[in-house]
Write a protein that binds this ligand. Structure first.
Ligand SMILES: O=P(O)(O)OC[C@H]1O[C@](O)(COP(=O)(O)O)[C@@H](O)[C@@H]1O
Length: 401
């Protein structure tokens, strides 16, 4: 109650002395409340200041800062911010999938022949919409579309080739196991549309334009949908991680200039589908045996640990943070491996190399993944990726066997 109306209702019933006492107490309590409020606001403003001072840690502001430093251009900032927004939307859908009936199959298959999950299709639409609406991408390649998707770059100068897998490891969704989105942003392509060309010729030109080796990547990253939602990004100047703070709806820096642990800091972990080992080349079967006895690095009786989530993002993220090796070699069933070069393998390889690790393929595990130019947009590729010493150890073993 305001003090004035209360004081007037008191005036008729109390002696003047008592009244004065009451008024003094009233004033004191109001001023206390005002002080408390002021303190609250001041603390809130201090808190606000604290939050502001850590604003630089927010992805959207960090990207702008990187542009100011000349590490990436403004159009690329817009593309990456659009991808981050799509990832937040997809994370919320993945979390609620069982409640919203977004588990199970959508009923179709993608060009790779994988049965599409409901969230594959929904996430693909979210991603496509975000990247197309930002107007800085000329061609989009996604695991869930058979052909490249052209997008108008009518609002900006950027005409980046953006590739992504909207939900990697989608078979994990129904079991609430880690999934994620992987993306690669390739240098602007010359995908001029010649109106005199036929649709097939235009598509062939844009497909050819999209088929770039990893060395043309200007940025690569992934967003892991797990116990935390972690957005990992490299623009060629190191690897940075941002964890979604659901209180403020922002990705906030949590990993700065990540390096894959090596040497004594490396955890001896290998990751691959052990169910396929008997389908691998004999020398790779022997390599796995040496990991399992510990002999591969001279520590017989001290085996390497084995971890496999069945989602490249989850298995790679652990390798990035703990060290070790992830391998998906060719096998009798998957002669070119399973992960796709343009939008899974090459972006992961860029991150690995930017984190001072290695990503190779080939019979001797000595071909840099980043140098391979895909012949088709959904081309698959084997990969051995992880700590330098682990990949070099594999190369040494293959040379000797
Ligand atoms: O089931 P497999 O043969 O081990 O393959 C697992 C690999 O396939 C993938 O799940 C591919 O997933 P998506 O096809 O859902 O993108 C990778 O993420 C994972 O590393």
């Amino acid at each position: 109650m305001a003090s004035s109306s209360l004081s007037s209702s008191l005036s008729s019933s109390l002696s003047s002395k008592k009244k004065k006492m009451m008024m003094m107490m009233m004033k004191k309590s109001c001023s206390t409340r005002r002080t408390q409020k002021k303190r609250f606001y001041s603390s809130a403003s201090q808190e606000q200041q604290t939050t502001n001072s850590s604003a630089e840690k927010m992805l959207s502001i960090w990207l702008t800062r990187q542009a100011q430093l000349g590490n990436l251009d403004d159009d690329l900032v817009i593309v990456i911010n659009s991808i981050a927004i799509a990832c937040k939307q997809i994370m919320s859908l993945v979390k609620a999938a069982p409640l919203q009936g977004n588990i199970g199959l959508a009923g179709g298959k993608n060009e790779s022949g994988d049965e599409q999950k409901k969230l594959d299709v929904i996430a693909n639409d979210i991603f496509l919409n975000a990247v197309q609406k930002c107007g800085r991408s000329s061609v989009i390649v996604t695991e869930e579309e058979d052909h490249p998707v052209l997008s108008a770059t009518n609002v900006g100068n950027g005409d980046y080739v953006v590739t992504f897998d909207p939900i990697d490891g989608s078979s994990n969704i129904d079991a609430c196991v880690t999934t994620g989105a992987i993306f690669g942003i390739y240098s602007p392509g010359e995908c001029d549309i010649d109106p005199t060309q036929s649709a097939e010729e235009i598509m062939k030109n844009c497909t050819e334009n999209a088929n770039q080796s990893g060395e043309n990547l200007v940025a690569a990253g992934y967003c892991m949908f797990s116990s935390s939602c972690v957005f990992m990004i490299t623009t060629g100047h190191g690897v940075f991680g941002f964890t979604l703070d659901e209180q403020i709806g922002e990705f906030v820096m949590s990993h700065e200039k990540l390096q894959i642990p090596d040497g004594k800091d490396m955890k001896r972990i290998y990751s691959g589908n052990n169910g396929n080992v008997q389908l691998w080349a004999p020398e790779l079967r022997e390599y796995v045996k040496k990991l399992q006895t510990g002999e591969i690095d001279g520590r017989k009786g001290d085996p390497w640990s084995y971890r496999y989530i069945g989602a490249l993002i989850g298995d790679f993220h652990r390798t990035l943070l703990y060290g070790g090796i992830w391998l998906y070699p060719p096998d009798v069933k998957a002669t070119e491996g399973k992960a796709r070069l343009l939008y899974e393998v090459a972006p992961i390889a860029m991150i690995a190399e930017q984190a001072n690790g290695m990503a190779t393929r080939g019979k001797m595990a000595d071909e840099r993944v980043m140098e391979v130019k895909p012949m088709s947009i959904h081309q698959k590729s084997p990969m051995f990726v992880g700590s330098n010493s682990a990949v070099l150890g594999l190369q040494k073993f293959l040379k000797e066997h």
